[in-house]
Design a protein around this ligand. Sequence first.
Ligand code: GSH
Length: 228
Amino acid sequence: MEEVKGVKVHGTFGSPFCMRVEMALKLKGIPYEYVEEDVIGNKSESLLHYNPVYKKVPVLLHDGRPISESLIILEYIEDSWKDTTLLPLDPYTRAKVRFWAHFYDHKLILVSAIIMKCEGEEQEKAMKELVENLKILEEGVEKDFSGGTPYLNGDRPGLLDIILGSSLCLHRAIEEAVGVHLIDPQRYPLLWSRMDALKDLPVLKEITPPHHKMVARVRHVREMALKG
Ligand SMILES: N[C@@H](CCC(=O)N[C@@H](CS)C(=O)NCC(=O)O)C(=O)O
């Protein structure tokens, strides 16, 4: 593959993992080229070449060198462009941010994806798990980042804000397409207020797909999954 200078993101429509990479680059003011991948049944040769292990998006190319796995990409972006920081300076608070980011990916996004793809008892079980995990996140975030700042880890959007913000449109689309209530403002007031504030952030608005298109995508993925 040809080595090209600059930054490229291989992503796919409406993916929270890809949107978080774009959001981080935009917050840091790093120009990039976006390459849309069709990951449902038609992965490009480039994607398979750049991410031979997982064969998933996002992949970030920096001067032709690929990095995959969105949380690792976010760390790479943070380490490579230091003018605007996404992580707090204090090592303990950094560790806390990473802890909740990891929790979000393993205990929330994955469970939301199950809810999107199943029904009946399986969906009910996943909903119960989601409710419990959201409560853990709400309480954890309240305890660890209760500084009263507008964003979760400071007065500028940081890594956790990026992670929450970039999954907002998927959650809203799942709510409509599946007919479930995911983030309840009464149950999770802190998460709700942070997510609500994030939705007006210009960098997020720029990359957020129209809601009706997200709903159509979720319906399509759901139909395919239910057919087996
Ligand atoms: N842990 C990965 C998850 C990425 C992921 O699941 N990407 C999806 C798109 S949202 C994908 O490429 N799916 C294709 C596949 O599973 O084959 C990350 O954080 O980057």
